[in-house]
Every structure is written in C-alpha cells, then in structure tokens.
Write a protein that binds this ligand. Structure first.
Ligand code: TRP
Ligand code: ZN
Length: 898
C-alpha cells in the first residue's frame, strides 16, 4: 500500500490510447476473507488506433500472482512486479487467463475488494480494480463482464454483481454460486460485487416504455426499516430522468447496497450502486431533514450516472468533470424540481442558495490554495485527490452555464446530440462542449477556458445613470485579482460569462429592460448579458429613473462580483429584489461586511458595536410572514466562520468567532420577543412529515432556538431546548435541541441539562451507528471556552469504546468535525489542534490513504493565517511530510509546503 518512491506526475498532455483492447472479461471469485482467488479470462486484441507494443502491460496492486495462460496454454513470459504484470511478446488477438489472490480481510484502504461487517464489497473507482485482478485499469478500455461468485452459503447467502442474474445454485461443501452478466460494455471502474448477509426492500415499477423493472435496496437485516426513503428517491429519480431528459433505465434490475465502511458518499457501479449507509438509511427517529434531502440527492446522483458516466464515460481521468460536473448539475436540478417543480422560483431558490453556499465556502477556498486546479486538471500525482469541489461543484456550475445560455430546451437539445453521438463511448469534456455548441448553432471556443483556467474570476461592476438621456450603463470588468499562483499560470484570456442582471426601481419593482440597439423592452425583467471581453459596457435605454442593479441573478456564473453597494441599498435589495437568490445574497453581503469590520476590530482589541440599521434589516426578514420559513432560515443564518476568515487579509479564526458571536448575541437579545414568537409559531406538532414545507418550519424554529441559546440569560432557552429534546419525535428536533443545550452550556460554564441530554442521546441510539456519528460530531463542533477547550473533549472521545479510526464515518464525525468544522477551537494559539491533526493524519495514512489525504487538506490554506498560526501549521505540516508514506497524503502536504 505504501508507495515511497518519488511520486510520478501524470499529465493530460501525455494521453495516448491503449496499445491493447479488452473486449470481454469473465471473472470467477472464490470468496474467502483472508484469501480470495480470482480467475480472470479476457479476450485481448491489439488496438488498431495505437502504436505497436510487443508486451502487454497490465496494472495490478497488492496481488499474489498465481498463473497465466494464453489460448489455454500456460504462458511462461509473464512477470509480476510492484505495479502489475508484464506479458512479453503476446499475439495480436488472444484469450488470456490469469489467476491471482488477494486479501479482502486485511484491506483497510476500502479500495478494491474488502470486508465490512463480515460482508464483501468492492470499490473500483478510480483505480481499485487493479487491486482485484490484473487489468488495463483505465476508463477508455471497455468490455462486457460476466461474473461468477462462489462462497459459503451460510456466511454469504446473497451474491450480487452488475447486470442480470443468469444462474445460481448450490455447490459441494456448503458453498453456492451465482453468475451475473452485464450486457453493456463498461470500464473496469464500474465493476462491483457484494456478498453477505443482506436483505432487500423490493419494488417493481414500469419504465416509460412499459418495461417492468426490479428495484432493490439491500441492507443489513436490522436496517430494513430505514430503506423506504431511498427507494422513493430512486423511483422519483427514474421518473425525473425520463421526464426531463428522455433517459430510461436500461437494465431489468437496479440495485442499491448500503455499507458502513465507505470512503465517500456512493458509487455508480452499473446496475449495482454501492452507498455509504449515511446516504441510504433514514427514518424520522434517526435521520434529520438534511439527511433526508442528502439521500434524495445522492440516490439521484448515482442513478443519473447511469447515462452521464456509464453509458457515456470518460476517456481518461482528466475528464472526470465530464461525468461528475454534469451529474451534480443533474442531481441539483432534480432536487430543485422535487422541491419546487419547474416554476416555483422561491422553492427552487432554497436549493440554489444551499448549493452556492457550499461552492463559495469550499470551492472558492480550494481555488485560493495550493490545490487550485482547473475543472479539467492538467496533471495529478494521485487521482483520488482530484475528486474535488472544483471538479464536482464548479464543474456543475460550468454545465449550468450552458443551460443559462441556451435555456432548458437548448440544453436538452445539446444533451440529446451528446447521447446520439457518444452512446457507448469514452469521451472528453470537449466532446460535450461540441455537442452543446452544435445543437445550438453557437461557437463555444471561448467557453473552453472554463475548463482550462483555475481560480475564481472576479467581475467588477461600474454603473452610470444619465437622467437627461434616460440611459443606464453597466461596465463589467473581469480578472482574477490576486489568485493563487497555480491559478494565475493557467490564465489564457477573458471568459464567456453569462451575467444575469435586473434593474430595480424606487418602489422595489423591476424595471423593463431594453438594451441599446433594441426596438423594444424584452418580456423578461432579467437579462443574461453575454460578457466576453475583459471590459465591456452594456447600455440600457428608456430607463425612466435611476435604478438599483440586481447583479448576477440566481448566481448565473461561478464568479465573485464586486460592486460598491451602500448598506441602505443592500437592505433595500434584501427587502425587494424579485430574484430570491439575490434577496438572500443582499443579506449575506450586508452581514459579511459588518462581520468583517467587527472581526478587524476584535483582532486589534477595539470594542465591538453593531449599527441598529443592520439589526432592523434582520428583524424585517424575521417577521416577514410573506417569506417562506426556509428562505427566512437561510437569510437569517450568518455566513460561516470559515467563509469569513477566508475573506480577511490575514485569517484570524478567533477574531471571526468573537465577531460572529457578538452579532448573534446582539440579534438574540435585541429580537428576543420575535425569536420566541417564531419559535412558537413554527412548531410542527403531530406526526412527522418529511415535506419541504414541514422541514422549512423545523429549520426556522430550530434557528430561533439556536439564537435564543445566545441570550445573556439563557435559562428560557435551556428550558425550551430541554423540553424539545424530551418531546421530540424526530432527529431534526432532537439533535437541534441537544446542540442548543451544548452551546448554551459553553457560554455559561456548563449545564446539567446538556450533560443529561448527551448521556440520554448515547443510550437511546447506542445501536444506530449513524446517530452515534452525530453524537461525536455535535461534541466536536460545539462552542468551547478558555475553561472548556474542545480539544480536551475530543481527545477524551478518541478513547471512547465507540470510537474507531478504521471506520471513515466515525473518523469524520470526530476528527474531521473538529479539524474542519470548528475553526475557532481547532486554530487554538497554543497549536494543540495542529498537533492533534498531525497525529491523526499520520495514523490514518497507515490505514486508509484516501481518508488521510482528505484530512490532510484541512491545513492547506496555512499561508493565509496570522503569523503565530502560520508557524504552528507549518511545523505540523513538516512533521506529517516527514512521516507519511502514501502517495495520496504526500501530494497534499508537499503541495502545501511548496
Ligand atoms: N463516482 C462517485 C460519485 O461521484 C464518487 C467516487 C469516486 C467514489 N471515487 C470513489 C466513491 C471512491 C467511493 C469511493 O458518486
Ligand atoms: Zn458522481
């Protein structure tokens, strides 16, 4: 597993087609935990489109080579080595049979074939298949697979693989077998098998063309009562892809399997999706509204990959965003349609706001650090490190811009052409762009820069109103500001930015929009400007009064907009903008500006104060009954500490925390009556309902509770939270109450109610690992104080019997929550957080490099912090760099220190 050699850089420019192709694969598994024998029979031929190679080089890792045969005859010229198997002087077209052995029981990397909870699972993306058998483990080699599984019937009653079940039956010695066939050609990263003691929720549905499909959600027996929501999400996904994109399920059977040891969210293996339990299991007692929404999104995401990823796949891993950016876009649209249909803009905006918040907090930060890379990266050391916010979330924004440019119908035409041209192929991001361009008759050569330039573009805006001529001009300038060096290197020229804009009159209503040269105003009061030059001026005519601009409506491009709004103007937009996204955005801008000023003061010890007008702006949102509860909740939530710290010239988490807490307390005390009224009004008595409306009420009510917990006298909040905790019939309310108790306790040196609730929570959910994850996470992210630093609590919890470093969900719930979601405590001046981080990265490196590398990233922005913190982080990074072995972690820490 350890790769101590100097890491090799893989470059996009070096792509060459494979010298050989593999058309069919027949795999036979004798599944035994410590010693699984794999027999692999392949039809191999030379690739007519590649240069000649006499040797066949197959990839393989951590395999014990047993034998090779060509056309049924033992082949002596096969040499196993650290990276695979070399077969000298092979024929042009032949059948190759290989036998090898692997050890799933000892595989803690969770890549390849492994054992979890006594069952077998696989994870092959990106390069895990080579840990199962020798192969051309690259996505442009596509084959049809037949898979035979043999195992003890008592221990592994269920045997699953991709595609259709051909045959199953008993074997001697208490063993049995199953044979599966996947009729579709696929790259090896989409292979999967599952074997073990599992049960399924089943449903039969008819697809659009009337064919019957068998849907299954496989889980451990005690989890069967938590599968209904995943099944409903799957059925909704199938319907949605038919309705919105005309894409039908192409297999007779579609399976989802849940596993508790999993490196990421889920995996789109053909016909056999494997999921982290976190994105499958839910019932009201154990899962929050957010969990329910995430399950819907991830089930959709993996299902949508069946077309965008599986039927049309990636030529090489540099094209990862071809499938990921597109599929994230599709799952975001699915969730928005589920929440608000095609037309309820306010409900759709809720989803949009949540997605943009993640993009800005996480992807913009990535773009500003040493891991900055374009949506289509140019090089990598370890591909697993490039399943990033940029590839996924910015990639999705890039796809969304096509839809913004061409409309839903134009986008659909482009998708249709993409499938018409490329079904069954492994292609590139350029192929996708060309399909969109050709279907819509537009040259998108300039748009290519979105794929090749790293960094977050900045658009600065200047406006001028000419009252006499009734003209309003908007001048846009694009650039990158002082982006990270990696970002600057890739810059080639201006981007094509679809810039959505509206103009708002004195009464708060939208003004008609007529651009210079047009004969009349357009029907829509939002226009998407084609912003293609470094600087460009757009002039609106017949503008009867000086407007207030509403810029980048619905976040029409992944950029930072700079415009000098006054606080009054932002308050006006917050109250009136017809674009719900920008209404929220105005509030965020107002809050961010205030919070950054306050953080600057806190950093230099100046007393803090907050203008009454800001309090008044928030009070209006809080009490505006015309706004949906979910929108109010989003608008009243202050920007996160991480996002704010990132905006400072020198990140100072302690100052940000002080500023944000000051504002929260001020809003709590000043609006106490309103928070209490909102708390009472938005209770959801009676049976739990999972609808977006009910979730909106809970979200707003629980936000009110969290503000009430900030009151100078929190007795009332503690009483409400305790009562809510005891009476809760769902996890959303119960965990929100526990969180409020913990935070009220922190500010007041502890309270018995918090400890009682924590103990009760543990006892109540001892047998529910996903809930115990929440128990760890709530404690790791709680507010601390000088007397009660959270690092002490975290260190103590590391020794708790329920803690287990080998389980990624558990490691994330405690370690990642502390290191990445509790900045004020993690960045303690004494460096205690960094020392803890280094210990855990080093420990994880030996167990699971993919998970270790994710944790390693929590220090990558170290250069942007205050000098003391910077020094502490550098020391920790150097310690890690000197001790870790995996290519995964080395790439991260070496880039950070470079
Ligand atoms: N392709 C998966 C998705 O987007 C993600 C994925 C990539 C993954 N590599 C993985 C999941 C490794 C688990 C483990 O849905
Ligand atoms: Zn994906």
């Amino acid at each position: 597993m350890a790769d101590t050699a100097t890491p090799n850089v893989i470059r996009r420019a070096d792509y060459a087609p494979p010298a050989f192709l593999i058309d069919t694969v027949a795999l036979e598994f004798d599944l035994v935990p410590e010693r699984t024998v794999v027999r692999n029979t392949m039809r191999v031929r030379r690739n007519p489109d590649a240069s000649h190679a006499s040797n066949l080089e197959l990839m393989g890792e951590q395999l014990e080579f047993v034998s090779a045969a060509i056309d049924g005859v033992a082949f002596a010229n096969a040499h196993a080595h650290e990276h695979g198997l070399t077969l000298d002087n092979v024929p042009d077209n032949f059948e190759l049979t290989l036998t090898s052995i692997c050890n799933p029981a000892e595989n803690t990397t969770l890549s390849g074939l492994y054992v979890s909870g006594g069952n077998f699972f696989t994870q092959c993306e990106a390069e895990g298949f080579r840990r199962i058998t020798y192969f051309l483990d690259r996505p442009d080699v596509m084959a049809t697979f037949t898979v035979t599984l043999r195992a003890s019937k008592a221990d592994y009653p269920v045997l699953l693989s991709n595609g259709n079940l051909l045959e199953e039956g008993d074997l001697p010695d208490g063993r049995h077998f199953a044979r599966w066939e996947d009729p579709f050609r696929k790259p090896s990263y989409l292979f999967a098998l599952v074997a073990g003691k599992l049960v399924a929720l089943e449903e039969r549905v008819k697809s659009g063309s009337g064919k019957e499909k068998l849907l299954q959600v496989w889980v451990e027996p005690h989890d069967l009562d938590k599968t209904r929501h995943a099944m409903d999400s799957l059925i909704n996904s199938i319907r949605w892809d038919e309705a919105r994109f005309g894409l039908e399920l192409d297999l007779d059977r579609f399976m989802i399997v849940a596993v508790s040891d999993f490196n990421m969210g889920a995996m789109e293996n053909k016909g056999l999706n494997i999921f982290n339990t976190k994105y499958v299991l839910a019932n009201p007692e154990t899962a929050t509204d957010t969990d329910f929404a995430n399950i819907e999104a991830v089930v959709g995401h993996e299902y949508f990959h069946n077309w965008t990823g599986n039927r049309v796949t990636c030529r090489d891993w540099f094209q990862l965003s071809l499938k990921e950016g597109l599929t994230v876009f599709r799952d975001q649209e699915f969730s928005a349609d589920m929440a608000g249909g095609a037309t309820d803009e306010a409900a759709r905006a809720t989803k949009r706001i949540e997605d943009v918040r993640v993009l800005r907090q996480m992807q913009f930060a990535e773009d500003a650090g040493p891991m900055a890379h374009p949506v289509r990266p140019e090089s990598y050391v370890e591909i697993n490190n490039f399943y990033t916010m940029t590839v996924y979330e910015k990639g999705s924004e890039v796809v969304r811009m096509y839809q913004t440019l061409f409309g839903r119908d134009g986008f659909r035409k482009g998708m249709d052409l993409y499938f018409k041209r490329h079904d069954g192929q492994a292609v590139t991001c350029d192929d996708f762009r060309h399909a969109l361009a050709d279907a819509n008759g537009r040259d998108l050569a300039q748009f290519e820069r979105w794929y090749s330039q790293a960094g977050t573009p900045r658009v600065s805006v200047r406006t001028k109103y000419d009252a006499a001529q009734q003209r309003y001009s908007v001048t846009l300038t694009q650039g990158y500001g002082d982006a990270a060096p990696a970002a600057r290197e890739t810059q080639k020229g201006p981007l094509l930015i679809p810039f959505a804009i509206g103009l708002i009159g004195k009464d708060g209503a939208d003004l008609p929009l007529q651009l210079e040269g047009e004969t009349k105003a357009s029907n829509s009061t939002t226009r998407v400007l084609d912003f293609t030059q470094t600087e460009q001026t757009f002039t609106f005519v017949n503008v009867a009064q000086e407007p207030l601009p509403s810029l980048l409506r619905n976040f029409s491009a992944p950029v930072i907009v700079e415009y000098d709004y006054s606080a009054d103007q932002l308050a006006f937009l917050l109250a009136h903008d017809s674009d719900p996204f920008n209404r929220w955005e105005a509030g965020q801008r107002l809050a961010t500006r205030e919070l950054l000023t306050l953080a600057g003061r806190a950093a230099t010890g100046v007393p803090l104060q907050l203008d009454d007008s800001v309090v008044a702006a928030f009070a209006r949102v809080l009490t505006d009954e015309s706004l949906s509860p979910s929108f109010r909740e989003l608008a009243l939530m202050l920007p996160s500490e991480a996002y704010l710290a990132e905006q400072m010239a020198e990140s100072n988490p302690a100052a940000v925390h002080a500023a944000r807490q000051f504002v929260r307390k001020r809003l709590a005390n000043a609006l106490r009556k309103d928070w209490l009224a909102v708390y009472e009004k938005h209770r959801t008595p009676g049976a739990y309902e999972a609808t977006p409306e009910a979730a909106g009420h809970r979200a707003l009510k629980n936000l009110a509770l969290s503000y009430l917990a900030e009151l100078d006298d929190p007795a009332e909040a503690v009483r409400l939270a305790s009562a809510q905790y005891d009476a809760a019939n769902n996890m959303t309310d119960r965990s929100a109450a526990l969180s409020a108790l913990l935070n009220a306790a922190a500010a007041n040196g502890g309270n018995v109610e918090a400890q009682q609730a924590l103990d009760d929570f543990y006892r109540r959910f001892e047998k529910e690992p996903l809930v115990i994850d929440k128990w760890f996470a709530l404690q790791a992210t709680q507010r601390g104080s000088a007397q009660r630093p959270v690092i002490k609590i975290v260190r103590k919890l590391m020794a708790h019997p329920a803690f287990n470093l080998k389980n990624p969900n558990r490691a994330r719930s405690l370690i990642f929550s502390f290191c990445a979601a509790n900045p004020a405590q993690f960045h303690a001046e004494d460096g205690s957080g960094y020392a803890f981080w280094a210990d855990q990265v080093i420990a994880l490196d030996a167990i699971n490099p993919q998970v270790a590398a994710r944790l390693a990233r929590s220090l990558e922005l170290w250069r942007r912090f205050t000098p003391t913190l910077r020094d502490g982080m550098r020391t920790a990074l150097e310690k890690v760099a000197s001790q870790v072995k995996s290519r995964d972690v080395r790439e991260i820490v070496e880039k950070a220190l470079a």
